[in-house]
Design a protein around this ligand. Structure first.
Ligand code: BG6
Length: 541
């Protein structure tokens, strides 16, 4: 192992801009109705994100939230619960009593069974009352924060109770619906769900959310690729050796054992987040930044993914499940010991996958994707590894380290972009070593990027669907994974589970997947992106 490479910093213009500068208050008022308002997502993400928007003065005037759920509560109790959620949230801005009090006045709650008609009729009356009392337009944004098994039912009921204004009657106010993942559990169920929702909502009213698309760095990927003339010419098979996409988590399944037993890593992370990242990395330039154009180009990429051949699945994909291990000096249980998990479960908590995109730009360039729970480091990043120079004419000594150029796009934590290249070491002889140029979001803009939900909720309120998934993208993603889902559910893993210890980088087979191609994963150390380049783990040239 050599020491870390030299870091060469950009001299960014430090822009001391508050986040408010980047986003503006939503002009048109709407009422936000959350189905599943007593659940985890509402507490952890939705209400803290709305509160953050309230602090930044970005919510529209007279903004109301209606919680709709089975847990019995009145408005006061709901407000109390939500106050606690915001106070406990790590993602919420510091608690400000005055902002909260104003925001909380707009919080309402309906205790209702999703099947029974009363809840929907109460909702209708409440929406009318809000409209009348506050003199606001009848715009509704429904959020389905409920298990997928309830989605069909709620959509059907919304239609049956005349709670959806058709797009043709836009003058009477709009209705939109945000649907959480997982969107179905395979291709058939996703198609069925799409057909079903389309009976009540038009495609343009449907916002299928993937919180990765709201992450600042993911959006910046498009800016980086298409607003800079030096990037696009090298973004193809001529210059790129391979691409890695890693979404590694250190947490286990926490309290979500029951959900995870049904989902597994493929459904939980690949069908949505990882394939969406791949689509943005791989897409051609859209005609304009807008829902139709961007989503067309992303769909092209998904459509061009070479179908996984069931016979060679073992050469293209690896599944894993964590066993007990040590994380940050503390012993942690294996997946099979988690609450809600079957003691002999064969559900995967880790997947590594090699894909190809069969088009002009990406001919023969492998895309290696991996994601897992209880891994060594929490990191989501994309690595673009470039080809070596055709002829290295420097007479390098054994001590010289020359690594291929690598561009690292760090999505979380420590958002930024870094480029590794070779440079001459000062001195009389010609010696080379890698150095790094870095761009850090936090340093350059002097702000921490917002959590993805703020961006996405604002977009939905404003009717901008660019960062939401269209029906074709969802179905195409399922299509890609379908052979794996089928084979893995019907067969036992080749190496019996658990096959990696908590706190590691996953099963050995995942390393072999790349090693047999003469490549290796970038396994970043715990340190931030900007302070080191990883020269361990065989990443050297
Ligand atoms: C969710 C998955 O969609 O994404 C979780 O259901 C996962 O299992 C989470 O932990 C990861 O999101 P992030 O933003 O922390 O990378």
């Amino acid at each position: 192992m050599t020491d870390s490479s030299t870091e060469l910093k950009f001299a960014p213009e430090a822009l001391s801009l508050a986040p408010q500068t980047f986003m503006q208050q939503v002009k048109e008022t709407s009422t936000f109705v959350i189905f599943g308002a007593s659940g985890d997502l509402t507490h952890r993400k939705l209400i803290p994100a709305l509160y953050n928007l309230a602090c930044a003065k970005m919510l529209p005037e007279s903004f109301h939230v209606v919680g709709f759920a089975v847990t019995p509560m009145d408005d006061e109790r709901f407000r109390e619960e939500m106050r606690k959620a915001v106070q406990q949230s790590k993602e919420a801005t510091d608690f400000r009593e005055s902002v909260w009090n104003e925001f909380a006045q707009g919080l309402h709650y309906i205790t209702a069974d999703f099947e029974a008609p009363e809840g929907y009729e109460n909702l209708k009356s409440l929406l009318k009352e809000i409209k009348k009392e506050h003199n606001v337009p009848d715009n509704r944004l429904y959020y389905l924060a409920i298990p997928p098994s309830f989605c069909r039912l709620v959509v059907e009921k919304l239609g049956a109770h005349d709670l959806v204004t058709p797009t043709a009657r836009q003058g009477e106010g709009w209705t939109r619906i945000i649907v959480e993942k997982p969107f179905g559990r395979d291709l058939d169920s996703a198609q069925e769900l799409n057909t079903h929702i389309h009976k009540v909502f038009q495609e343009e009213q449907i916002y299928r959310i993937d919180h990765y698309l709201g992450k600042e760095t993911v959006q910046n990927l498009m800016a980086f690729r298409f607003a800079n003339s030096i990037i696009e010419p090298i973004w193809n098979f001529r210059y790129v050796d391979h691409i890695q996409i890693t979404a590694a988590e250190t947490l286990g399944v926490e309290h979500r054992g029951i959900y995870y037993e049904e989902a597994g890593c493929l459904r939980d992370m690949f069908q949505n987040h990882l394939l969406q990242l791949l689509a943005i990395i791989g897409m051609d330039p859209p005609v304009r930044y807008g829902g139709m154009s961007v989503r067309d180009r992303k769909a092209d990429v998904l459509r061009a993914i070479v179908p996984i051949n069931p016979e060679s699945l073992a050469e293209m994909a690896v599944r894993g499940q964590y066993g007990a291990g040590v994380f940050e000096g503390v012993s942690v249980p294996g997946y099979r010991e988690e609450v809600g998990v079957h003691p002999k479960s064969n559900v995967e908590t880790f997947v590594a996958l090699k894909l190809f995109i069969d088009n002009w730009r990406w001919s023969e360039v492998p895309f290696y994707l991996r994601s897992g729970k209880r891994m060594h480091t929490k990191v989501t990043e994309i690595v673009i590894q470039f080809k070596r120079v055709p002829h290295m004419f420097f007479q390098l000594s054994q001590d010289d380290v020359m690594e291929p150029n690598q561009m690292i796009i760090r999505i979380a934590p420590d958002e930024g972009i870094s480029l590794r290249f070779g440079a001459k070491v000062p001195g009389p002889s010609m010696r080379l070593r890698p150095v790094q140029m870095n761009f850090s979001y936090a340093e350059t803009f002097n702000v921490q990027p917002t959590t993805a939900y703020e961006t996405l909720l604002l977009d939905a309120m404003e009717g901008d669907a660019t960062l939401f998934n269209r029906n074709d993208a969802v179905e195409l993603a399922w299509e890609v994974l379908e052979p794996m889902l089928e084979i893995w559910s019907a067969t036992r893993p080749f190496h019996p589970f658990p096959n990696y210890a908590a706190g590691t980088w996953g099963p050995n087979a995942a390393d072999l997947l790349m090693q047999k191609d003469g490549r290796s994963w970038r396994n970043p150390p715990n340190a931030p992106l900007l302070s080191r380049v990883n020269l361990e783990n065989g990443n050297s040239l």
